[in-house]
Design a protein around this ligand. Structure first.
Ligand SMILES: [Zn+2]
Length: 129
């Protein structure tokens, strides 16, 4: 974790997806940075967003990269609601990765891993997977 990324990696403890926003031009700044790439303001503040989004794209992995890794699993790139232009890439926590689809609505969840809370996407109610 760095000063600018601490909010993102620790927000999961409260169940919050924290995205940095520029206080001057309102641009979402992700990955989080200390300086807004749009207007060069040094006033960038993390805020909790709704934690929902839409699958932009995804991949299903069948290769066990580690001895204990369970396959297959899906990783999705998700357009985050309330943070225009921000996409968060994370595994999809679902029973059948083959059911993940572009355009699917998802919600964030987190799992602790040492000092950080890793994001996961879960299909919203009514969606397959
Ligand atoms: Zn800005």
């Amino acid at each position: 974790m760095t000063a600018e990324s601490t909010a993102f990696w620790s927000g999961g403890e409260r169940g919050e997806l924290m995205i940095a926003f520029c206080d001057d031009c309102a641009r979402a700044v992700h990955p989080p940075q200390l300086v807004c790439p749009g207007c060069l303001s040094r006033s960038v503040t993390p805020r909790a967003v709704a934690g929902t989004g839409t699958v932009y794209t995804y991949t299903v992995n069948h290769q066990p990269w580690l001895p204990d890794m369970q396959v297959p699993f899906a990783i999705a790139v998700v357009d985050v609601d309330g943070a225009p232009g921000v996409r968060v890439t994370a595994p999809v926590d679902c029973a059948d990765p083959a059911t993940v689809r572009i355009g699917q609505r998802v919600t964030i969840a987190f799992e602790p891993a040492g000092d950080v809370w890793l994001p996961l996407w879960r299909p919203l109610n009514g969606e397959a997977a």
